[in-house]
Structure formats: structure tokens, C-alpha cells
Ligand binder design. Structure first.
Ligand SMILES: [Fe+2]
Ligand SMILES: [Fe+2]
Length: 481
């Protein structure tokens, strides 16, 4: 099957011909009740019975792939959707460059590939768990719907990885699929695999920052895996990327709307100094320095997801043809990195210096650099609001050495400008760079739900456009069913 049409007849919507793949269909149908059970226990804690205006994929082409309708979340048609097969595709990079792309798992890379799928798969349910309490305090029905859209799609991303595990890894794959439903974000005994996915997402500002910064890591990882020589993984990730774009849209526009609301309120009150925090907060909006601190936190937590700058695992996955670089297909080098070098920033005697290392071992660093550039473009769009409203402020990305726990900077303390600090200086200045308990309490105090059609909490501006072009007072979630 080339994969454009989706079969919605069976229990599991798919474009991988599950109707004729009895072994995998049975494995997925066996896994399904555990998934639904997980969704009901660990998915959104409220509104599971409310019809939500959700989009569901009806095709995998680049346009018209989605349809919008009211769905109760547990009845969402999670499915297995792969982007169309490209005939004649070859392994785009690494030692096997130019060989036909693999339709089956190459035996020698089985363990490595399984590990990549499990790590990616683990992040998907993790974010649903992190966001499960947010429905209680949504600032509008529009935002509530966007949260649930992100949640059901992260659920579908789990399906995507589980399909690959069950289809290509037999019993091992089925066991991993079960484990993906057992780990829990933030659990001390059985946490999710990566640090940022065990942090709390206590309020809507955190949610928007998470979807802006951390879902963007998802985009980079998926983009690197979409280059894979293992064709089913490439096709899976290519379709997942179309969904991921919406998650970052939610984060980017969410923060933009907060900035807009704050700037408008400051202007109306005649406040020109963004650091006049008490007066700004008294208006019932989020002060700009606190937004900056939240950005500092989520950016630094997300950078840790890229792992060690110098990594043998990353080199091996590239050589094997399993995980490429961001936009590998648009790069014009040898795609094998023979003799290539790449600069890695590292602390040396109290200062940060760039050192050239073999590019193969610096692939995590490179992906992180691509991420930072991508995030910076989004931040520049936030900053347009300051230009438009005339408020003298800019959100900036902190230095990559700031607040890190993994990699070259883990052992050092650095400020947001990248100056290396002593332990004492760090402790003293920390609260000026990261959200404090006071900041968290203030944000928490604003988190009161707004559930009337067309109304928004006073700390966030309405969106410019409705979802699927709906009017401003559209009832995106029919709370009472
Ligand atoms: Fe995802
Ligand atoms: Fe996402």
C-alpha cells in the first residue's frame, strides 16, 4: 500500500493494511485496552465525557489531511499513520549511504533501533501525564480544546512508536510497548526516561513554554529520525511532524497572547518600566521579567534532552543510517562526515571555549545548535509584540551553559550570559534568573478557569483566529456533554 487512504473500518484506523496483517493487528488490539486504561487514569483528569472540537487525520498528504468534529476524548480514533512511501528511496547518510532504504530492521542494528524507538515513544505519554491537571484551570474553551488536541496527538504519537515496536521487534517489542504504559512522569520508582519529562507542568504559562520549547525538541528529534534509512521510521516521523507543528503553534501563540495582554495592560495603566513588577502584577497580568525567567527554565531543561555534546551513541546511530541530522536531505556535504570537524563549546579553566572535534561525535551538539536557531526565530516573533506596543522589553534565550545538568556544562554554574559563576554567586543570583517560589505562587493565583464561550482569563489575550476558522464565541468544548 502506498499509504494515502486511511482505513477507518476496524478498531484501529490505519494506512498500513492492518486488515491483512493479523499478527500485528492482534498485538495492537491486545495492547489497546491497556492504552485506554492508561488514558483514563493518566490522561486529562476532567472533561473525559465532554465533546471536544478535535481534528482527526483523514489522510496523510500535505493538505486536507485533517477533519474537525466533536469527539469525546476516550473515543478519539487513535491510529497508525505513515507518510506515503517514496519509491526508490535510499539510505541518505552514514556507512550504508546509497543502499536501498530498509523495509525490515537490519539485524546488526536491531538493539540500537529499538532503543531509539523506546526513548522517543516514552516522551509521548509523559507529556500527557505532565499536562493532566491543566484542564481544571484553562483560561478559555479555546485553550482547553488546544490542550486536549495536543494530548490526543501525543497519545497518537505513542501509537506510532508502539506500532513500529510491535511490527518489527516481535516479543521484545510487545514488552517494550507494555513498559511504555507503566512508567509515569515524575514517579520516583518508575519515572519517564528523560529529565524534562519528569518535571511538573503546574500552570498554563508552563504549558505554553513547554509546548514552545520542549515540543520543539520533539520536532528536532523527529526531523532527525525522519531521515532514517529504516523506511517505516522515516515515514512515521514525517507524518508526526505535521502534528507537532500544531503543538509549537499552541506554545508560540500562547506566550504571544500573554505578552500582548501584559503590554496592553501596562499601557492602559501608564506603566513604562517592565521591572515595576508589583504594579504590573497588581493589574492581574504576568510581568515580563517572570516570562523571561520561565523561558530561561524551559529552554535550559530542554537543552538537556539533546544529551552529551560528544556522543558515541549519536555517532553510531548516524553511521548506521538510523538517525540523521536536521534537514540531512538539504545538506550538501558527503553525508558521511569523513574527516569533518565541528566546534563544541566547553568550559576550560573557568572560561567557555570552542574546540573542534570530529563532526561524527558532535552530532548531538549540532542538533542542539539547530534547535537553538529554530527557537530563536520563534522568540523573535514574541518580541514583535514589544515593538508593536512600544513597551521597552525583549525576551532573549539564555546562554546554553545556563542551568544545565547534562553535558559539558553540568559541573559548572553559569549565568544567563554564559559567565561562569562560583557556587555562592550562583546561589545568590539564582532567583533573578529562574522562577522563584513567589513567582510560582503569583502565577498559580491567576489560574482560575474561564468556561464561558468567547471569554478569556484576564492575563491572556484572545487568539487572532479561531480553530478551523470558527468564530470567537465558538463552543470548542461542550462541557456538559
Ligand atoms: Fe509527540
Ligand atoms: Fe508534541
Amino acid at each position: 500500500m502506498s499509504g494515502a487512504a486511511i482505513d477507518y473500518d476496524g478498531l484501529i484506523p490505519n494506512n498500513v493494511d492492518l486488515a491483512h496483517d493479523l499478527r500485528v493487528r492482534k498485538a495492537l488490539e491486545t495492547w489497546h485496552p491497556g492504552y485506554i486504561d492508561w488514558w483514563k487514569k493518566m490522561g486529562p483528569e476532567l472533561f473525559q465525557n465532554s465533546p471536544v472540537f478535535l481534528r482527526t487525520a483523514v489522510g496523510v498528504g500535505s493538505d486536507n489531511w485533517a477533519k474537525f468534529d466533536f469527539v469525546r476524548m476516550p473515543e478519539y480514533r487513535w491510529g497508525v499513520l505513515l507518510a506515503p512511501k517514496i519509491e526508490g528511496r535510499t539510505v541518505p547518510f552514514g556507512a550504508h549511504k546509497g543502499e536501498p532504504a530498509w523495509q525490515e530492521v537490519p539485524g546488526e542494528y536491531r538493539a540500537m533501533l529499538r532503543r531509539l524507538l523506546v526513548i522517543q515513544g516514552d516522551t509521548e505519554p509523559a507529556s500527557v501525564e505532565q499536562q493532566r491537571h491543566l484542564g481544571a484551570t484553562a483560561p478559555s474553551l479555546y485553550d482547553l480544546r488546544n490542550l486536549f488536541q495536543v494530548n490526543v496527538e501525543e497519545g497518537r504519537h505513542l501509537w506510532a512508536m508502539v506500532y513500529l515496536l510491535q511490527k518489527y521487534f516481535g516479543r521484545d517489542g510487545r514488552e517494550e510497548a507494555e513498559e511504555l504504559l507503566k512508567r509515569r512522569s515524575g514517579d520516583t520508582d518508575s519515572p519517564r526516561m528523560l529529565g524534562a519529562f519528569n518535571e511538573r507542568t503546574p500552570d498554563w504559562l508552563s504549558f505554553f513554554m513547554f509546548t514552545f520549547f520542549t515540543d520543539r525538541d520533539g520536532k528536532m528529534q523527529l526531523a532527525a529520525l525522519a531521515q532514517s534509512g529504516f523506511d517505516p521510521l522515516s515515514r512515521t516521523c514525517r507524518f508526526m511532524l505535521t502534528e507537532e507543528a500544531h503543538h509549537m503553534f499552541v506554545g508560540e501563540t500562547g506566550v504571544t497572547r500573554i505578552i500582548q495582554c501584559t503590554c496592553d495592560a501596562m499601557k492602559a495603566a501608564g506603566i513604562t518600566d517592565p521591572y515595576d513588577i508589583e504594579r504590573v502584577r497588581a493589574l492581574g497580568v504576568i510581568d515580563l521579567p517572570t516570562l523571561q525567567k520561565k523561558a530561561n527554565l524551559h529552554f535550559s531543561l530542554t537543552l538537556d534532552l539533546f544529551g552529551n555534546e560528544i556522543s558515541t551513541n549519536a555517532a553510531n546511530a548516524f553511521n548506521a543510517g538510523l538517525k540523521g541530522r536536521y534537514q540531512e536531505d538539504k545538506l550538501t556535504d558527503d553525508h558521511q562526515l569523513i574527516n569533518a570537524m565541528y566546534p563544541v563549546l566547553r568550559p576550560r579553566d573557568g572560561v567557555l571555549v570552542n574546540e573542534d572535534v570530529p563532526a561524527l561525535s558532535a552530532l548531538n551538539m549540532r542538533l542542539r545548535d539547530d534547535y537553538v536557531a529554530d527557537a530563536a526565530v520563534g522568540v523573535s516573533r514574541w518580541n514583535r509584540v514589544f515593538t508593536q506596543t512600544g513597551i521597552d522589553f525583549r525576551i532573549t534565550l539564555p546562554h546554553v551553559a545556563f542551568n544545565r545538568r547534562i553535558g559539558e556544562f553540568a559541573a559548572a554554574h553559569a549565568d544567563t550570559e554564559g559567565n561562569v559563576l562560583s557556587r555562592e554567586a550562583w546561589d545568590q543570583r539564582k532567583a533573578t534568573m529562574l522562577p522563584s517560589a513567589d513567582d510560582a505562587a503569583f502565577i498559580a493565583s491567576l489560574m482560575r478557569p474561564v468556561r464561558e464561550r468567547g471569554l478569556f482569563a484576564p492575563w491572556i489575550a484572545p487568539p487572532r483566529y479561531g480553530i478551523d476558522n470558527r468564530a470567537g464565541d465558538f463552543e470548542y468544548v461542550k462541557i456538559d456533554g
